[in-house]
Design a protein around this ligand. Structure first.
Ligand SMILES: [Mn+2]
Length: 427
């Protein structure tokens, strides 16, 4: 006999996946799938590691779907242990209090560590957790960690929401070293939406968001299934459950000479890429690509115009998955046989070639340094502009020197392609 646990975080009820249409865009869809999975697969415990509800003011949007899920789980004898994150610190306790929720256990209210035991067929484990009670938490929850709360006879699973490795974070900074010495065999964390195994001993996971919400959340998304059998190592596997999957793909356009060529290359590359991950697409209704055109081609300007219709491309896979394209960008280098030789010239083409090389070789160059300074100052001005002030922080453009270098390189390549075309076709 064993204990089966399904763990997830960051569902953000009230939000929708971007770039897709249909019922499944709403994260209510995945809440329902999680509930069905727990019931169909005889899961014993559902663990939720924070930010299950998108915002503190989403009570009415979240209440119905969440309470319905809790009710269905309760009817099947499934217990839920959870902590609150920086988004749902207020709304989550409120929803739990409103319904008939004896089987729902919010751990660590008031930012105080709390332990609860769970027993099935004589096998006991314990869950320990800590919840946000306000939006911003600047001190690590581990400062108040107290090992004496734990019963040393039982295996422990810790659940916590926070920002690993970001000591200046206002969203509950977590230092991984603090988790290493806690007598907890498995830590399950929420906040970062990309599922990731952070350490093996003790095992520390970001469960990731069960439903991918935007192109920033590429790859497979779904809860972790954890099986605990007495005297056996933990078994952990990710269950693909997200109805949407975002992928970034580079397509080489070297040798493309016509719009038809470009179209054929895009269609066949997307199909090939999707077919490679077919086994992971069973639950995926929509596969959304962000395409970057790369390679060497001097028809940069024509490709810019040919690529405009690519976003209209759709196709369907044998799994029923619909393929679509959200965005196409081009990072194409001109067909220059010898960039180094060209960089020796003092002509505009030579200066562009030298700048591209300086970025590629990570070399210090006075002209490039000026460009970076100017780029950063322009983007900072744009970020400060009133029209953007209502955008959430994550939509603001980054102004690091790496981002500047990559933007400048794209632009130099484009200009150099233009120049080379003018030189080879003077009219
Ligand atoms: Mn969070």
């Amino acid at each position: 006999m064993s204990i089966k646990i399904l763990a997830t975080a960051d569902l953000h009820l009230g939000k929708q996946s971007s770039d897709v249409m249909g019922d499944y865009a709403s994260t209510k869809f995945t809440l329902n799938k999680i509930t069905n999975y727990c019931i169909d697969k005889s899961v014993d415990v559902l663990l939720l590691c924070g930010d299950i509800v998108d915002y503190d003011n989403r009570f009415f949007e979240a209440y119905g779907p969440l309470q319905e899920a809790f009710d269905r789980l309760g009817k099947d004898g499934i217990e839920v242990y959870l902590v609150a994150g920086n988004h749902d610190y207020g709304v989550l306790p409120q929803i739990i209090k409103t319904g008939n929720n004896k089987h729902i256990h919010l751990l660590g209210s008031d930012e105080k560590w709390e332990v609860r035991e769970f027993t099935k067929n004589g096998q006991t484990i314990q869950f320990v957790g800590w919840s946000f009670s306000k939006r911003f938490v600047e001190e690590s929850a581990m400062l108040s960690w107290d090992s004496s709360l734990l019963d040393p006879n039982y295996q422990t699973i810790g659940i916590l929401h926070g920002d690993v490795g970001a000591s200046n974070s206002r969203y509950g900074p977590i230092n991984l070293d603090d988790l290493r010495h806690t007598d907890v065999s498995l830590w399950l964390l929420g906040h970062i939406h990309k599922p990731e195994l952070l350490i093996e001993q003790p095992t520390v996971w970001y469960t990731g968001s069960p439903q991918a919400l935007s192109a920033k959340e590429a790859g497979m998304h779904g809860p972790l299934l954890i099986t605990i059998a007495p005297n056996q190592p933990l078994k952990i596997e990710q269950i693909g459950m997200s109805p949407v999957r975002y992928e970034n793909i580079s397509i080489d356009v070297t040798g493309v000479v016509s719009e038809e060529d470009l179209r054929n290359r895009v269609i066949s590359d997307l199909k090939e890429n999707a077919e490679l991950m077919l086994t992971e697409l069973e639950e995926v209704l929509s596969l959304v690509y962000h395409i970057t055109l790369v390679g060497k081609n001097s028809r940069q300007r024509e490709i810019e115009s040919w690529k405009r219709t690519i976003v209209e491309h759709t196709a369907r896979l044998e799994t029923g998955t619909a393929i679509s394209v959200r965005r196409v960008e081009a990072q194409i280098s001109p067909e220059v046989t010898n960039l180094k030789q060209l960089a020796q010239q003092s002509s505009p083409a030579g200066i562009l070639a030298n700048t591209i090389l300086a970025i590629e070789e990570d070399r210090d160059d006075p002209f490039l340094n000026e460009l970076i300074k100017e780029w950063i100052s322009k983007i900072e001005t744009a970020n400060r502009a009133g029209v953007y002030s209502s955008l959430p922080q994550e939509s603001v453009l980054e102004t690091t020197s790496d981002v500047a270098r990559s933007a400048i390189k794209d632009e130099c390549n484009r200009l150099l392609g233009e120049l080379m075309n003018q030189i080879s076709n003077p009219n």
